[in-house]
Design a protein around this ligand. Structure first.
Ligand code: PXG
Ligand code: PLP
Length: 442
């Protein structure tokens, strides 16, 4: 029998790592073996400050006792129940708790297991909605350049990050993209929302004119584009997108996988920017990342339109084996309770000005060409090395890790999104490490 209980890692070969330079990693591995509150422990026993909340997801900090206990208790009570034609109390409780904190009439929650699955779910609901509404010609989906909507075929197709698309052929048909909103010459070192770029929302009118509104089902965007390197929406941009969607009967889907659960200094990006979508996609912070889970919240209109036909008919032919998994629901309920009890969304808003000042103190540091921020999110963009995009930020990422700070490298940007429990001393430490490493980099 092979020893599956061994704790030392000997063979790095079999594990094909996601979104990783496998050969480079395996030549010099970085291993995490423990996590508590704001810190990871490495396999060589070092403490590393978590500057990215895991991967934008551990918003309440690591190893929260209430979440662990809830998962344990649920595992004892009932490990699994199918979500097809059966229910369990946790799924209904979590959906109710979520709808209580969601903005407007996003009162109907469909569960999946990853952001990517939730994106596919939302896109499919959009198509089904229009069909049920007598507008089956509305099949086009509009994303945005530099957008990230996960890695399913739907999300890859509406996504706008070239590296994530180019290996995978034609993906879905009938997709178009809005332009992204980033232009360094107009907005470098903006604090919070840039004032330039609002006019780019008008590009949606151009796309509608090209395809005709009768062919367009939905626009899907991140209120703040995260994965591509933190692109904060220009002032008024999202409002204008909303107006144009409403005018043409197009559904507006906010992908809040990153912006949800306090990241921007409000419960959701929709709250922070004051714009109401017809559907919202959530994942990551939903369970504090303790158990994988995602969700799509739909408005009354979207949901109710699909609740037609004979009562014995399945209204939406869609769902996952693990939709509303009991352990994930238990983790989600405990997580939402922590967010509310500890006022973590307000805490993010209160810390945001300090965070903004601390980040922008890096202006003038070697190589830095832009700094962006909103809520408890930040990005530092550095100049590319000639002919080697991403090389300088890779070194920055590795050296920060060696100095005791985990940051996220994406292209020539490092993204920062600490757990919302971070304190001011820890913010100072993040900035100090990044500033020190920047000075050392060639
Ligand atoms: N939508 C958005 C807006 C996301 O940020 C997804 C969908 C997909 O979620 P899953 O759970 O399928 O990964 C995401 C995920 C990064 C990074 O480098 C960001 C994500 C995932 C991995 C890395 O910033 N976001
Ligand atoms: N592939 C096969 C052969 C299956 O039977 C199923 C689900 O029953 C799936 C894929 C989808 O798996 P999931 O529901 O976990 O997404």
């Amino acid at each position: 029998m092979p020893d599956t209980a061994q704790t030392t890692v000997n063979d790095l070969g079999p594990y094909w790592m996601p979104f990783t330079a496998n050969r480079q990693f395996k030549a010099a591995p970085r291993m995490l073996v423990g996590a508590k509150d704001m810190h990871y422990t490495t396999d060589d026993g070092r403490q590393v400050l978590d500057g990215i909340a895991g991967m934008w997801c551990v918003n309440a900090g690591h190893g929260r006792r209430e979440i662990i206990d809830a998962i344990k208790a649920q595992a004892e009570r009932m490990d699994y129940a199918t979500a097809f034609q059966m229910g369990h109390p946790g799924a209904f409780e979590l959906a109710s708790k979520l709808s209580n904190i969601l903005p407007g009439d996003l009162n109907h929650v469909f569960f999946a297991n990853s952001g990517s699955e939730a994106v596919d779910t939302a896109l499919k609901i959009a198509l089904a909605y229009h069909r049920a509404n007598g507008e089956a010609t509305r099949t086009r989906l509009i994303g945005r350049e530099r957008g990230y909507h996960g890695v399913g075929f739907g999300g890859t197709a509406v996504g706008g990050i070239s590296n994530n698309r180019k290996q995978f052929g034609t993906m879905l048909a009938g997709i178009d993209h809005l332009p992204h909103t980033h232009k360094l010459s107009e907005m470098a070192f903006s604090k919070g929302q840039p004032v330039w770029g609002t006019h780019l929302a008008e590009e949606l009118e151009r796309i509608v004119a090209l395809h005709d509104a009768s062919t367009i089902a939905a626009v899907i965007i991140e209120p703040m584009a995260g994965s591509t390197g933190v692109l904060v929406p220009p002032v008024g941009y999202l409002d204008r997108i909303r107006q144009i969607c409403t005018k043409h009967g197009i559904l507006l889907i906010f992908d809040e996988v990153i912006t949800g659960f306090g990241r921007t200094g409000a419960a959701f990006g929709a709250d922070r920017f004051g714009v109401q979508p017809d559907m919202m996609i959530m994942a990551k912070g939903l369970t504090n990342a303790a158990v994988p889970m995602s969700a799509v919240a739909a408005s009354d209109a979207v949901h109710d339109t699909l609740m037609t036909g004979p009562e014995n008919a399945i209204e939406l032919f869609h769902g996952y084996t693990y939709s509303g998994h009991p352990l994930a629901c238990a983790a989600g309920i405990a997580t939402l309770d922590i967010y509310v009890r500890d006022g973590l969304f307000d805490r993010a808003a209160e810390l945001a000005p300090y965070w903004e000042d601390a980040l922008h103190s890096l202006k003038g540091a070697p190589h830095v060409i832009d700094i962006r921020n909103i809520g408890l999110v930040g990005a530092v963009e550095v100049a590319s090395r000639d002919g080697a995009p991403g090389a300088r930020t890779y070194d920055l990422f590795v050296q920060c890790f060696e100095e005791g700070l985990l940051v996220r490298q994406t292209g020539d940007t490092i993204a920062l999104s600490p757990p919302l429990i971070i304190d001011k001393t820890q913010i100072d430490r993040m900035i100090d490490i990044i500033g020190t490493v920047l000075k050392r980099l060639d």
